[in-house]
Design a protein around this ligand. Structure first.
Ligand code: C5P
Length: 219
C-alpha cells in the first residue's frame, strides 16, 4: 500500500493516543501526539508565570519531537526534554486556554504539517482532520461516554500512583471538551468526511482492529 496519513480526533481521554500508538506500530507508521505540543507550550507558559503576550512567548520558543526506542515520542522544548512534566494537573487544567490562542495554534499547526509532509504518520488531536491534515487518507473521530473516559483516566492515574476522584475527573474532562469545542479558532469537531468510532465498552484490541480494517478499506 502507498504511504498514507491517518488523522485521529476526538474529545479528551477518548483513548486516542493509546490506539494511535498501536495502529502506528502495526503499520510501521510514525505516531505524532499533537496534544503534547500544546502541553509543552502550556508548561512554558506556567513556568513564566502566565504571560498574556502569546506572540512573545512563541517567538522565544523552539519545539521538536524526537523518538526514543524505549520511551517513544519525546518533546524537546527550548533544548530541554519536558515530556515527563506534560501530564501534570496544572498543565492539563491550563492547556485548553493556551491552545485557544492564535500564535500558539499557528506555530503548532505549521510544525504538525511539516511532520506529515512525507506521509506515514498517525496523528491524534482535536483539529487534525479539519485543519492540520484536511487531505488525510483516513479520518477517524473517536468518542466514548464521559463515564468511561473518566474511569479510564482514573485507571491511568492509579498506574502512575496518582489518586483521583471520579466525579472530579468527569467534571474536568467535560470542562476541557466544552472549551475545546467552543473556541473561536479550529474548535474540536468531526470533519465531514471522518468516520465516527464509539469506543464505549470496547477493548483496546477491538478498537485497534476496527481502525486497521478502516485502513484496509481505503480505496
Ligand atoms: O490530547 P491531549 O489531551 O493531550 O490535548 C491537550 C489539549 O491540547 C486539548 O484539550 C486541547 O485544548 C489541545 N489540543 C488542541 N489541538 C490539538 C491537540 C490538542 O487544541 N490538535
Amino acid at each position: 500500500m502507498n504511504l498514507i496519513n491517518i488523522a485521529l480526533d476526538g474529545p479528551a481521554a477518548a483513548g486516542k493516543s493509546t490506539i494511535a500508538k498501536l495502529v502506528a506500530a502495526k503499520l510501521a507508521m510514525i505516531y505524532v501526539d499533537t496534544g503534547a505540543m500544546y502541553r509543552a507550550i502550556t508548561y512554558k507558559y506556567l513556568q513564566q508565570n502566565k504571560p498574556e503576550d502569546f506572540d512573545k512567548l512563541i517567538a522565544s520558543t523552539t519545539l521538536s519531537l524526537t523518538y526514543d526506542e524505549d520511551k517513544g515520542q519525546r518533546i524537546i522544548l527550548d533544548d530541554n526534554d519536558v515530556t515527563d512534566f506534560l501530564r501534570e494537573n496544572d498543565v492539563t487544567n491550563h492547556v485548553s486556554y493556551v491552545a485557544s490562542k492564535e500564535p500558539v495554534r499557528t506555530f503548532a499547526v505549521k510544525k504538525q504539517q511539516e511532520l506529515a509532509n512525507n506521509k506515514g504518520i498517525v496523528m491524534d488531536g482535536r483539529d487534525i482532520g479539519t485543519v492540520v491534515l484536511p487531505n488525510a487518507d483516513l479520518k477517524v473521530y473517536m468518542i466514548a461516554s464521559v463515564e468511561e473516559r473518566a474511569e479510564r483516566r482514573q485507571k491511568d492515574n492509579e498506574l502512575r500512583g496518582i489518586e483521583s476522584n471520579i466525579e472530579q475527573l468527569k467534571a474536568e474532562i467535560e470542562a476541557r471538551d466544552h472549551y475545546d469545542m467552543n473556541r473561536e479558532i479550529s474548535p474540536l469537531k468531526k470533519a465531514d468526511d471522518a468516520l465516527t468510532l464509539d469506543t464505549t465498552g470496547k477493548s483496546i484490541e477491538t478498537v485497534t482492529n476496527e481502525i486497521l480494517e478502516m485502513v484496509n478499506n481505503i480505496k
